[in-house]
Ligand binder design. Structure first.
Ligand SMILES: Nc1ncnc2c1ncn2[C@@H]1O[C@H](COP(=O)(O)OP(=O)(O)OP(=O)(O)O)[C@@H](O)[C@H]1O
Ligand SMILES: [Mg+2]
Length: 623
């Protein structure tokens, strides 16, 4: 027989990096960024710090492998920092984690993420992670390179030195690795950053992606999300094999202690119930190490046959509707959004919360005949690959979006220029693979996501219906507006009515249609004349050249208005601007000009138009 050898955990992962998100140069860059940001956000959350994260991704040369670039990825945080003695474990050792099996809704769970990034950098560029770290207790920061010793699964520290660093505490990690950068689309870096921004309202992030300029997105919440207390897994979520492995972690502990401290909802009375249902009483106080596989089977069966209380839902964390509503506006100008935070539920004996945000952005384009952009999140981490097998995708595709006013091909995502963001939070999310890219689609979870989506869909449908009605009404009005005057003219001819009667009929028609803007325009012209007189008076009084100042002011105000294409915003601006006399002048002029332009265009009038007219009248009256 050939010799049996053992491989280390690091050796296993180094050979199977594709299992943890490093299956292509493109994914390598995204996964590295994601693992580093996850860690920064988790660390800040644990330490109660509002995260300020800085990210830089740059091409620094050609990669050592075919069709790759050499990519530098830097992530810097203001978290608690890492002790110098822990750097080797964190960046160079697999299965070293402060979150392992804790039953909290943290982003990281497995103690694999960042060491996998170190391994990829080392394998492709012969250099692991370069780290700077400082905790509050350190006088100076520590800087070092950390490599993974693949044979022994330990971290190797190189070039360690004490350095001065401007930050009082935090971590800066830099990787240089073979990779490829995709900015947009499902697997893009921008999509990742935007998703992270959306579900982390308390995050301020500054980032530079390739040759693009630095971007900064400020936090919209000053509250660090409070991580709810950890929870233990419910015994009904286990399979026999997992149950036995879980037991081995408890060493010589007695079976009763293992059950009471390893799971939720088990107490002495529950163990008595297990005994009634077939658990051999003689095993109750035996150390778990001495229990045979056969006995484990009967213990496991007795537990599964006993009814237990559902787990508590206290361990889940939500972003919240208010924070989500604010956060969504950081992604662009929104003209409609609907957010829903469901109550925590139990799905498959695990506490879970589903949150949904549906939004339509003004400046994002998006075709009405292409599928909505679906953003998926698990424990506030964007999921960007393997969309098709995910519980979230399945749930959204199974909703009948036609009944909410959207087009939808059969069993597919609905169509339209919308962003659908669906977040699932649970201390025990079941992923389909170690790379945490797809949530396992159990019936109960899919059903819960569907309900959340339907709730948000109802709000969306009210909005779409309203828009449809407005557009329909506008179409009808435009039709009457086009043919009404012809009708009036012909009727006047037939009835031999005089000009005054005909004009009255035309005015009446305009009034009925709500298009009596002529009156508003003449009021505005009046206001403008008065304003000019006032200006001239002032110019005379203060002895300045009227033409120069007014032209400067005008160009200023047009710049303002031009950069602001939302009617609603324009209205708000106009209203606030009325506080000073100078501003009053500007506003009225500005709006007058705009209104005149619009009405003379005589195109299909819109609600936007009437808003502007109404505002102008108001400001004129005020004046
Ligand atoms: N920026 C950081 N600041 C403070 N601590 C950190 C930072 N990055 C990593 N750590 C510590 O290092 C540990 C290991 O990180 P790693 O990413 O390997 O695993 P994880 O986050 O626990 O789980 P996962 O593999 O699911 O990401 C973390 O649990 C955390 O305690
Ligand atoms: Mg991690």
């Amino acid at each position: 027989m050939s010799k049996i050898t053992k491989s280390s955990t690091a050796e296993y992962f180094a050979k199977n990096l594709q299992q943890v998100g490093f299956s292509s140069p493109l994914k390598a860059v995204l996964t590295t960024l994601k693992e580093a940001i996850d860690n920064s956000l988790d660390a800040c959350e644990q330490a109660g710090i509002l995260p300020d994260i800085k990210v830089e991704i740059a091409k620094v040369g050609s990669g050592s492998t075919k069709n790759t670039d050499l990519i530098k990825i830097v992530v810097e945080d203001n978290g608690p920092g890492i002790d110098a003695d822990d750097l080797a474990k964190v960046f160079g050792e697999y299965l070293a984690s402060s979150k392992f099996g804790r039953g909290q809704c943290s982003r990281g769970q497995q103690g694999i993420g960042i060491s996998a990034a170190t391994t990829w950098a080392q394998m492709t560029n012969a250099r692991g992670a370069v780290v700077i770290s400082k905790t509050k207790n350190m006088r100076k920061a520590v800087s070092a390179q950390v490599d993974v010793d693949i044979k022994s699964n330990t971290g190797i520290i190189k070039n360690k030195e004490s350095i001065d660093w401007v930050k009082p505490n935090g971590v800066r990690v830099e990787f240089v690795m073979d990779g490829r950068v995709q900015l947009n689309g499902d697997g893009g870096l921008v999509t990742y950053v935007e998703g992270t921004v959306l579900v982390n309202p308390h995050l301020t992030i500054e980032y530079k992606l390739l040759d693009n300029d630095w971007q900064k997105v400020e936090r919209v919440s000053n509250e660090v999300p409070e991580l709810p207390p950890a929870t233990l897994p419910h015994p009904h979520t286990f399979k026999l094999g997992e149950f036995i492995t879980h037991a081995t972690l408890f060493g010589k502990t007695s079976l009763s202690k293992f059950l009471k401290t390893g799971f939720s909802r088990i107490s002495d009375p529950t163990i008595n119930d297990f005994v009634k249902n077939g658990l051999p009483k003689s095993l109750v106080e035996k150390p778990v190490t001495s229990i045979s596989e056969e006995n484990f089977k009967s213990i496991f069966t007795a537990i599964q046959n006993t009814e237990l209380m559902a787990p508590s839902t206290k361990s889940v964390l939500t972003v919240g509707e208010d924070a989500l509503s604010k956060s969504i506006q950081r992604l662009g100008q929104v003209d409609f959004f609907s957010v829903v935070t469901r109550k925590p539920r139990i799905c498959d004996f695990k506490p879970v919360v589903v949150e949904v945000a549906l939004a339509r952005f003004i400046d994002r384009g998006g075709e009405s005949d292409s599928p909505v952009q679906l953003l998926r999140f698990a424990n506030r981490v964007p999921l960007q690959f393997d969309k098709s097998g995910c519980a979230i995708t399945g749930a959204i595709e199974s909703v009948n979006w036609k009944s909410y006013g959207l087009n939808q091909p059969k069993d597919s995502l609905p169509l339209g220029p919308y962003v659908f963001a669906i977040s699932v939070v649970s201390p025990f999310i079941k992923f389909k693979n170690a790379s945490k890219e797809t949530i396992d689609a159990s019936d109960e979870l899919v059903d819960e996501i569907r309900k959340a989506a339907q709730q948000a869909g109802q709000k969306l449908s009210r909005h779409i219906r309203k828009e449809f009605k407005e557009a329909d009404l506008e179409r009808k009005l435009a039709h009457i507006e086009q043919f009404g005057p012809i009708l009036v003219e012909k009727l006047a001819l037939l009835s031999g009515a005089n000009d005054a009667r005909r004009k009255k009929a035309e005015d009446g028609l305009r009034k009925i249609l709500g298009r009596d803007s002529q009156e508003a325009i003449s009021q505005l012209e009046d206001a403008e004349t008065k304003l000019n007189k006032q200006k001239q008076k002032e110019a005379k009084k203060f002895g300045f050249d009227l033409d120069e100042t007014s032209s400067e002011e005008d160009s200023e105000s047009y710049r303002d208005m031009d950069s602001d294409d939302s009617a609603e915003k324009g209205t708000t601006k106009a209203t606030t601007a009325m506080s000073t006399e100078k501003d009053t002048q500007k506003t009225t002029e500005k709006t007058t000009e705009k209104t005149t332009e619009k009405t003379t265009e005589k195109a299909v009038a819109s609600t936007q138009k009437s808003t502007t007219i109404a505002t102008t009248q108001k400001s004129t009256q005020k004046k």
